[in-house]
Design a protein around this ligand. Structure first.
Ligand code: NIG
Ligand code: FE
Length: 414
């Protein structure tokens, strides 16, 4: 049975509240068939756990594998020119209205083959694994027709079969209304509900159904219809809510019992109350607010009002062209107002809840998947404070080593 020994500080992420991490000095872990069977102080390690394979954490900190619970992983092209335009004063919405933005990526994604998208996404996952990321939620939403939404979801299915990092697929056909439906938007909503959702459900291609509630995307009643239909087909709702304007998306997330409400830069006080009452996880996406030069979400305010907060990258070619989750964590501290313990909870057990996977991943305890990262920092505060390009030394998913800094190779390099 494999062991990890000589752990300087083990972060279990078993919080009573967001700021409490259960920590253990001089610890060890043991697992069998990818599942943790023992977690505790090394000096209490039972004799029967003598091991065939024993890894040495060299006194480093070990944390639960990081969970990126909101990404748009597969897409064609990039939009660096739009980044430059925004820096010169053109807004994200103006760029979108002039033919750029999400619809531009839709065209580039439709032009890319499933194989191209798959190989590119594999590379992204390899890089993410190096940062200690072991689970990645992946949205469709750059296809916006039957063939191309299915193409994206098939890419995610192949990734889950062929890459060790765990991927969790989400249908986001309600990202924006495609060009050819602009004058008949209700027909696009009907297409999603009557054709796409049943097809995706029949092939078990997505775990969640997401919708972008925004003036430039979907109205509340359109999103409600799509999300209820998704739920009826076994895909629990998630929402892009209150990102650019306050559209009462958080209230809709609460009304529908969504698994998460994401973005929320313009959430209303009533929205905060509704999320707290309904127990919906708020997903903060500080890279998106940074890149769009928006006032960042005050995570502190949400936590202080009883809302559990997860932090994620929102990796996509427009609003958040980086998969650097530790950077998003740092931004969750400054300017988001979280303390390091809270931000570590936010990318482990809270992010697991935002994917309804908290029984399987997100904390280090017997019975959970052996997903963990060895971090070259003495504790969470030092990790966030001395921010580096990468503090991760080693990453394990389901008990398998997928990245080792000393060998400087991903076990799944393409
Ligand atoms: O989460 N808000 C909508 N969708 C993405 C942006 C996608 C894009 O700009 O391509 C987001 O920020
Ligand atoms: Fe997003």
């Amino acid at each position: 049975m494999p062991l990890l020994r000589n752990i300087g500080l083990l972060i279990q992420s078993l919080p009573e509240c967001q700021s409490e991490l259960r920590q253990l000095g001089d610890a060890a872990l043991a697992w069998r068939d990818g599942v943790l069977v023992w977690v505790g102080s090394e000096r209490e390690l039972p004799g029967e756990f003598t091991s065939e394979v024993s890894y040495d954490a060299s006194g480093h900190m070990v944390v639960p594998g990081l969970i990126d619970c909101h990404t748009h992983l597969a897409f064609g092209g990039w939009r660096a020119d739009e980044f430059e335009q925004r820096l010169s004063g053109t807004s994200y919405l103006e760029i979108g209205m002039a033919g750029g933005g999400i619809l531009r990526t839709v065209n580039q994604t439709r032009a890319a083959s499933e194989e191209e998208l798959f190989l590119r996404s594999m590379k992204f996952l390899n890089r993410m694994a190096r940062l200690g990321i072991t689970t990645v939620e992946c949205k469709s939403g750059y296809g916006l027709d039957l063939v191309n939404e299915l193409k994206l979801l098939k890419v995610y299915r192949r990734l889950s079969d062929e890459h060790p990092v765990r991927t969790v697929p989400t249908l986001l056909a309600a990202h924006v209304v495609p060009e050819d439906f602009r004058s008949k938007r209700s027909q696009y909503v009907d297409f999603i509900c009557e054709e796409l959702i049943p097809e995706v459900a029949a092939n078990n291609l997505a775990r969640f159904c997401d919708a972008y509630v925004e003036d430039s995307a979907f109205q509340l009643d359109e999103a409600r219809k799509i999300l209820i239909c998704g739920d009826d087909h076994g895909m629990r709702p998630k929402l892009h809510a209150d990102q650019l304007t306050c559209g009462r998306g958080a209230e809709l997330a609460a009304e529908l019992g969504a698994v998460s409400a994401d973005h929320l830069e313009n959430i209303s006080p009533q929205g905060i109350e509704a999320l707290a009452e309904a127990g919906v996880v708020a997903v903060a996406l500080p890279l998106a607010s940074l890149y769009l030069q928006q006032k960042p979400l005050c995570c502190r305010r949400l936590i202080d009002n009883g809302v559990e907060v997860a932090v994620s990258t929102d990796f996509n070619p427009g609003s958040a062209p980086s998969y650097h989750l530790p950077l998003a964590m740092m931004l969750g501290c400054i300017p988001g107002g979280m303390i390091p313990a809270e931000v570590l909870t936010s990318v482990t057990i809270s992010a697991a809840k935002a994917l309804a996977l908290e029984e399987e991943i997100g904390s280090l305890e017997a019975g959970k998947s052996a997903d963990f990262a060895v971090i070259d920092s003495p504790d969470p505060a030092h990790w966030m404070y001395h921010f580096r390009e990468n503090a991760c030394v080693q990453t394990f998913v389901r008990g398998e080593e997928v990245w080792n800094r000393d060998r400087d190779e991903s076990c799944h390099e393409t």
